[in-house]
Design a protein around this ligand. Structure first.
Ligand code: HEM
Length: 145
């Protein structure tokens, strides 16, 4: 169950990143119908990621890094930036969507251009963290970094 929840979480965040890129391609082509559809799909997938991730966290605690010492600092830097940006991603996404639904597209575009790279970084770094912990993870069973 623990492995399944972890896998579902990273698959959801990967698909969310893909839907984001697809949504970007749509708006670059001027498609104002499929752009919001793809972006709202990306948002639902990111919310699903959060559900899977938090369920796993609540049930099984965290996994600590147990790999080579020389990579420890780099790993925790990646984890820190991933966590901070993931926390920022949620409220920023809601703000960007809210602006779009209000028809305030100048503000929507301005903040969306900040949001998109943040989102992609979170999705990609999430995968890197997952792969590192698959190989070098040590279950702690406690809620701590
Ligand atoms: C998380 C959700 C969303 C993200 C990340 C996002 C991202 C973006 C980005 C990056 C652009 C600028 C593209 C460029 O300048 O080349 C853009 C433009 C646009 N978005 Fe979104 N979008 C989202 C949701 C929505 C929604 C829900 C709607 C409609 C209700 C929408 C409607 C538009 C429109 C109409 C534009 C063109 C604005 C203009 O050119 O003035 N977007 N979006």
């Amino acid at each position: 169950m623990k492995e399944l929840l972890g896998l579902l979480a990273v698959v959801a965040i990967l698909l969310s990143g893909l839907a984001l890129v697809v949504g970007l391609v749509f708006i670059r082509r001027g498609d104002r119908v499929w752009h919001p559809r793809a972006m709202l799909t990306a948002t639902v997938l990111a919310a699903l990621f959060l559900v899977f991730y938090l369920t796993k966290w609540g049930l099984y605690g965290t996994t600590a890094y147990g790999g080579p010492e020389e990579w420890r600092t780099a790993y925790y830097l990646l984890l820190l930036t991933h966590t901070v940006l993931a926390a920022l991603n949620g409220p920023l996404a809601l703000y960007v969507i809210w602006r779009a639904f209000r028809g305030e597209f100048t503000a929507h575009r301005r903040w969306a251009r900040v949001l998109v790279p943040v989102w992609l970084y979170v999705a990609l770094s999430g995968w890197v963290i997952y792969l590192v912990l698959q190989r070098h993870g040590v279950a702690t069973g406690t809620i701590a970094f």
